[in-house]
Ligand binder design. Structure first.
Ligand SMILES: Cc1cc2nc3c(=O)[nH]c(=O)nc-3n(C[C@H](O)[C@H](O)[C@H](O)COP(=O)(O)OP(=O)(O)OC[C@H]3O[C@@H](n4cnc5c(N)ncnc54)[C@H](O)[C@@H]3O)c2cc1C
Length: 413
């Protein structure tokens, strides 16, 4: 990075140092690319999240060379998931599904402030420049529309231009980069809000949990430091109808979910209740001349299946080689990133569609009741459901009758 006339320059500018931005910066820097990350916050910083990473995140993080640092930071192995609703419950494990092999038999749970700061630190060690407290406000474009960088407020509050061959918006759900490029859309049918906190002293068996009810669900994950992360996700309309302040709303739904209430009864809440939402964004494009979007900046991923971190890491893993090739060929046209788009269509889109389908199905109590009765009666079906959210089994495996027969009988594949 060269500083010239108060402007900064980099080959690749990454806006946002969350999992998507940090993973991308790490991989590019390791390959010798001059990469600069700007984040509006200072790390470690809190990020509302269920804090569970699916099993497929583990090999991605191994590939980045970051897994040992995350293990050292306390990443907790989560060997399955308890799914509960309407008085029924089922425990599913991460197992082989059809032709898909589980890379490991567990996902990880780690406080996001620890995970994100550790991953960003790994990017820094690999050679990425990271500037914290820099808020991007505008995208800079040529008269022909090619993105050539951003205008940001630096840590001292001064306006600074940062120019780059490629600018990447990895700035999360409310992406300023996607907004400035005019590609963000509201998805009203997905208007959810989340209330999130953590408890100490919850007795648990090392599984994550999801407890569904008509208006939403509670999600619990045993993270590092002996804490359990607790998220309440609700349809925004239900939250508004209740008309309660956050703490009272949390208590209201807790009182109606005895299985969660009983677990938290003797435990101590160690974090304030934080709210986020509405969670309802999508984008119409993800690549541009001189720019790309990755992670949540591409659009909202419902936390119901705990896949957002995988989408962020996998998106970065697909974007990095496309950017590297574009830099080598001195290209800045959007079509140079077509391999990234086809990778997303193959790896991310089918899982995002399955997740969306699940959100809509579970919103119908009659369907949800039927699903949970089945899951509770057949352990193989619970394994199938949980494994599909583990991100190693492609949803197309569901089209194979053999997979269903094996799950019905209680086998793995
Ligand atoms: C309630 C809830 C529960 C969830 N539970 C899970 C779960 O259990 N498992 C799972 O895998 N996923 C979960 N997710 C999704 C997951 O949190 C996201 O998918 C993931 O954080 C996306 O990573 P990212 O790097 O794209 O964005 P983020 O993690 O949001 O990082 C974006 C970064 O950009 C920075 N930034 C934003 N604007 C600017 C700006 N203008 N200038 C500079 N920097 C900026 C931010 O400070 C931030 O550091 C959950 C989400 C929610 C809301």
């Amino acid at each position: 990075m060269i500083v010239e006339n108060d402007e900064l320059f980099a080959q690749v500018l990454v806006v946002g140092g969350g999992p998507a931005g940090a993973a991308l910066a790490l991989e590019l820097a390791r390959d010798g690319v001059d990469v600069l990350v700007l984040d509006s916050q200072r790390f470690p910083r809190f990020k509302p999240c269920g804090e569970f990473m699916s099993p497929q995140c583990v090999p991605l993080l191994e590939r980045l060379g970051a897994a040992d640092a995350l293990r050292g930071a306390g990443a907790n192995e989560v060997r399955g998931m308890l799914l509960a609703s309407y008085g029924r419950s089922a425990r599913g494990r991460f197992v082989d599904i059809g032709r898909a092999r589980a890379p490991v038999e567990y996902g990880w749970a780690l406080r996001r402030e620890v995970f994100d700061a550790t991953l960003l630190d790994q990017a820094r060690r690999a050679g990425a420049r990271v500037l914290e407290g820099w808020r991007v406000r505008e995208v800079l474009r040529t008269p022909a529309g090619r993105v050539i960088g951003v205008e940001a407020r630096d840590a001292q509050g001064r306006s600074r231009n940062v120019r780059a061959s490629w600018t990447v918006g990895a700035d999360g759900l409310h992406s300023r980069v996607a907004g400035a490029l005019g590609v963000q859309r509201e998805t009203p049918q997905l208007r959810r809000i989340a209330l999130t906190t953590r408890y100490r002293g919850v007795a648990h068996d090392g599984f994550a949990q999801a407890h569904f009810f008509d208006e939403g669900y509670f999600a619990l994950a045993p993270v590092d430091a002996g804490l359990v992360s607790v998220n309440l996700v609700l349809w925004k309309s239900a939250f508004e109808r209740a008309g309660l302040p956050r703490d009272e709303a949390f208590e209201h739904w807790l009182a109606r979910t005895p299985a969660v209430r009983e677990q938290l009864a003797g435990a101590e809440r160690v974090d304030p209740l934080r709210g986020i939402g509405p969670l309802a964004r999508s984008t119409t494009r993800q690549t541009f001349d001189g720019a790309a979007l990755v992670g949540d900046a591409c659009g909202y991923v419902d936390p119901v299946t705990g896949e957002g971190t995988y989408f962020a890491l996998q998106g970065a893993a697909l974007l990095a080689p496309a950017l590297r090739d574009a830099l080598r060929d001195e290209r800045t046209d959007a079509s140079a990133l077509d391999p990234y788009l086809s990778g997303r269509a193959r790896e991310i889109a089918p899982r995002a569609r399955l997740c969306g389908w699940l959100v809509h199905a579970l919103a119908r109590p009659s369907i949800a009741r039927g699903v949970f009765s089945l899951l509770a009666s057949r352990s193989g079906l619970a394994d199938l459901a949980v494994s599909l959210t583990g991100d190693y089994a492609p949803p197309r495996e569901l089209l194979r009758p053999r997979v269903w027969r094996a799950a019905w009988r209680g086998g793995a594949s």
